[in-house]
Design a protein around this ligand. Structure first.
Ligand SMILES: N[C@@H](CCC(=O)N[C@@H](CS)C(=O)NCC(=O)O)C(=O)O
Length: 201
């Protein structure tokens, strides 16, 4: 299995983290994201959206971190707890997969402005991120995990760009429930860190 990867990408990190959790060996192909390699013809051939992560498993190629998480959970999670089969659980988790690839990416955009000077509207992105963190914080007021009372791929999809919010100039101090949830995730037994997100030891 091959992951087209950039170490500082929170989206690629979703996949690295979950591959470690399910214990699947894989190979990394480093993408020169800063040099815009993901926009060259080779990469546009792999993913016409010009984005990473991309995962290849045998003759299957997938783009989009959330789609990749679903695939990995279905294929490699022997416990069937990270994305359980039943309709109710699948629906509950999927709503957060959409949030992880959607509204929470405001935080990713703010971080791209701050660390790579992307010409995007920083204030609008920060406001969008704060709105979703407020919703997340209220949701987590009376639960430890986003759904089902245990960790699922919903948590994995929403976690990185929430934990990296500070790098986009967004202070998580007002979101105490979100901060506790981050601590729970960084305490998971098979947790792996990335630059900007440490294990809770
Ligand atoms: N929908 C995709 C979006 C992934 C995404 O935005 N990836 C970033 C890196 S973290 C990217 O490749 N952006 C393209 C660019 O900024 O040029 C997913 O969730 O995997």
């Amino acid at each position: 299995m091959k992951l087209y990867d950039f170490e500082l990408s929170g989206s690629c990190y979703k996949i690295r983290l979950f591959l470690n959790i399910v214990g699947v060996e894989y190979q990394k192909e480093k993408v020169d994201f800063v040099g815009k390699e993901h926009k060259n013809n080779k990469y546009l051939g792999l993913n016409p959206f010009g984005e990473i992560p991309i995962l290849e498993d045998g003759d299957l190629r997938l783009r989009d971190a959330q789609a990749i998480l679903v695939y990995l959970a279905k294929k490699y999670d022997a416990s069937d707890t990270w994305y359980p089969e039943d309709a109710r659980s699948a629906g509950q988790i999927s709503q957060w997969l959409s949030t992880g690839g959607g509204e929470i990416m405001n935080s990713a955009g703010a971080r791209l402005v701050k660390i790579l000077d992307y010409p995007l509207d920083l204030e609008k992105l920060q406001a969008g991120a704060r709105r979703v963190f407020g919703i997340l914080d209220a949701h987590l007021a009376n639960r430890e995990w986003l759904e089902l009372g245990h960790p699922t791929i919903a948590d994995i999809a929403c976690f990185p760009y929430t934990a990296l919010a500070g790098e986009g100039g967004i202070d998580l101090t007002p979101y105490a429930n979100v901060r506790k949830w981050i601590e729970r995730i960084t305490s998971l037994p098979r947790f792996v860190p990335m630059p900007g997100i440490s294990a809770n030891s």
